[in-house]
Design a protein around this ligand. Structure first.
Ligand code: VGL
Ligand code: ZN
Length: 257
């Protein structure tokens, strides 16, 4: 595979280039485990996903996630937290506080939870409306008490800008600002990212799509994720696989890391 130099030796610069750019990624993967938004509000609080159409239970993710944390040696473990100020744009309770675009399919008077509204702006801003959830420093935004938090845990907070929502753990929905996740992964030379948590078809899906776009080998953990809507969960899986991500069960992970 390598061109040899005049002494019949492998060219050192070429070897160095190949080592840094792809050999290392293949022979020495560096893994990150990213646990998305396993917070009280999504499990038994104001945005309890078991009240959503898929009727899944957020509690179900805790046992398989804890088991992975106890049995698999990831190089880094991240916990993301949806972390909103109380005047956040995604809260249906706040709809009266912002101007609505004339083309919005719903108005401040008739909007229902889970509808999409269009707020005025340039460009106008689409926003799905959720009940008030994960308000900073409240019980609802705490990680569930039964979720194991490892000693080396790195927490990543998102959705802190009152005017922009943030589904992906990498970027807000307008891609204006990145979270600390990008720099943390780069600093560790991470190659592989294992993603799971809540909600499958919202923040987990958006995070996996961004991870693939950046170029990480991306593994979605199916049994460690629960979502809002069955059709949207299917769409998420299709998008991930068509973008070369893989979807596995947590029992398959030990052999991969
Ligand atoms: C999420 C809806 C609103 C999530 C966050 O973590 O999936 N969903 N905010
Ligand atoms: Zn949120």
């Amino acid at each position: 595979v390598f061109d040899l130099n005049s002494d019949g030796q492998i060219d050192r610069d070429e070897f160095t280039f190949c080592w840094n750019h792809w050999i290392k990624i293949i022979v020495r993967p560096i893994s990150a485990f990213l646990i998305v938004d396993v917070q009280n509000d999504f499990i038994s609080g104001t945005l309890n996903i078991s009240n959503c159409s898929a009727q899944q239970n957020g509690l179900d993710v805790i046992e398989p996630i804890n088991k992975l944390l106890e049995t698999v040696k990831f190089d880094a473990v991240f916990y993301s937290l949806d972390w909103h100020p109380s005047d956040h744009v995604s809260f249906i309770e706040n709809i009266g506080e912002r101007e609505i675009d004339p083309n919005s399919p719903v108005t401040a008077e008739n909007a229902q939870t889970y509808d999409t509204v269009i707020f005025s702006g340039s460009p106008p801003q689409k926003q799905r409306l959720w009940p008030r959830h994960c308000v900073q420093d409240t019980w609802g935004s705490e990680l569930h008490k039964d979720l194991k938090v490892v000693e080396s845990a790195i927490k990543v907070y998102k959705g802190t800008n009152p005017d922009v929502d943030s589904y992906s753990v990498f970027w807000d929905n307008k891609k204006m600002t990145d979270t600390t996740l990008c720099a943390q992964l780069r600093m560790r030379n991470a190659t592989d990212i294992y993603i799971c948590g809540l909600a499958y078809d919202v923040c987990v899906g958006a995070t996996a799509v961004d991870a693939l776009a950046i170029g990480y080998r991306t593994i979605l953990l199916d049994d460690c994720s629960r979502g809002v809507d069955l059709a949207d969960i299917e769409k998420t899986k299709n998008t991930v696989t068509t973008n070369s991500g893989v979807i596995v069960n947590s029992s398959q992970v030990k052999a991969m890391v």
